[in-house]
Design a binder for this molecule. Structure first.
Ligand SMILES: NC(=O)c1ccc[n+]([C@@H]2O[C@H](COP(=O)([O-])OP(=O)(O)OC[C@H]3O[C@@H](n4cnc5c(N)ncnc54)[C@H](OP(=O)(O)O)[C@@H]3O)[C@@H](O)[C@H]2O)c1
Length: 302
């Protein structure tokens, strides 16, 4: 059965690939864009209904709601995909840059979901948030972006717990590096921030600037590493979102990416577990932890 599904941030990258894939399967896709050019381009595709919407703009969200309610087709799913990924040393981010980032990556999904909640409750539908592996790991220069994706993790967990009793399932997809426009769109702002670095951080920043100015490509003769990343196709995100939207048993969380990226996430989660287990007054034995893990793994495979 074809469904009405809302995808934010559909002008490029993951959102565009997802919107066109869903539309090709006959679903009615409300796809958000921010320029008349993108609106015209997406309008050419059968089953895609482009909507001008910036997730920071309450009036545009209300207008989209008005349009969708007017169509009387209901709404089965919402994919909160729109996002930005600026990088830079934490001290170089202005308040405005931080606020803008949180407005898009965190308050965007929050506002969109609230605006369409009644329709999703009515359809017993699905909400899929596009998080990131940066919702589990963090590292130098990715602080602000990973702060937003960590926030989105907490949001998805709480939202899922509140909505599941009413038949609405919430999932979060955590991609690693995916081929998209995000790097190109952020490039100028990223360089500007690294150039703002103040003492004693300028030397390290200069090295990053040199790396950012070099064209990057994956060297297949060398293993994947932090400096030799192998971005994946958006197809792996589409596969996870499709499962989250249509499976009878959607998962709360989908980790997608390369093996190297997966190792990094698991390693970080285990490091956190080991860290919290260092408290002498609340420490668990190795056997207790392994039993716990075995139990969780068998619950998840059910
Ligand atoms: N690519 C990766 O490696 C990767 C990894 C993990 C997670 N993600 C997540 O995947 C999602 C999609 O990113 P992408 O990689 O596909 O990047 P992308 O090609 O840059 O696409 C981002 C989309 O979001 C839209 N957007 C940005 N700010 C918006 C706002 N305030 N309101 C409405 N739309 C807005 C963009 O519209 P405009 O064209 O108008 O700017 C574009 O359509 C993001 O949430 C990102 O954090 C990406």
């Amino acid at each position: 059965m074809t469904k009405a599904i809302f995808v934010t941030g559909a002008s490029s990258g993951i959102g565009y690939a997802l919107a066109t894939d869903l539309a090709s399967k006959g679903h009615r896709v409300y796809a958000t864009v921010r320029t008349p050019e993108d609106e015209m381009r997406l309008d050419q595709t059968e089953n895609i209904y482009p909507l001008m919407l910036d997730v920071r703009d309450r009036a545009q969200i209300e207008e989209s709601r008005r349009i969708i309610v007017g169509e009387r087709m209901g709404l089965y799913g919402i994919v909160n995909n729109a996002g930005v990924g600026p990088i830079g040393p934490l001290h170089t981010f202005t308040d405005k840059e931080m606020l803008d980032l949180f407005e898009t990556n965190v308050f965007g999904p929050f506002r969109m979901t609230n605006a369409f909640l009644d329709l999703l409750l009515e359809s017993k539908g699905r909400i899929v948030n596009i998080g990131s592996q940066g919702g589990s790991v963090s590292m130098a220069y990715y602080g602000p972006y990973t702060m937003t994706k960590h926030a989105l993790e907490a949001y998805s967990v709480a939202l899922g717990a509140e909505l599941q009793p009413y038949g609405v399932f919430v999932s979060i997809v955590q991609p690693g590096g995916i081929i998209s426009e995000i790097g190109a769109k952020m490039a100028l702002g990223n360089l500007t921030r690294f150039r703002r670095a103040s003492p004693p951080f300028e030397e390290a920043a200069k090295q990053v600037i040199a790396a950012l100015e070099m064209p990057t490509s994956f060297d297949v003769s060398k293993p994947e590493s932090a400096t030799n990343r192998n971005p994946s196709s958006p197809d792996i995100v589409i596969e996870a979102v499709t499962h989250a939207l249509f499976s009878e048993h959607p998962k709360p969380r989908y980790l997608v990416g390369t093996r190297w990226e997966g190792n990094r996430v698991i390693n970080m989660l285990l490091e956190r577990l080991a860290d919290v287990n260092q408290c002498k007054t609340l420490q668990y034995s190795r056997d207790e932890l392994v039993d716990w893990l075995d139990k969780k793994l068998s619950e998840c495979s059910d």
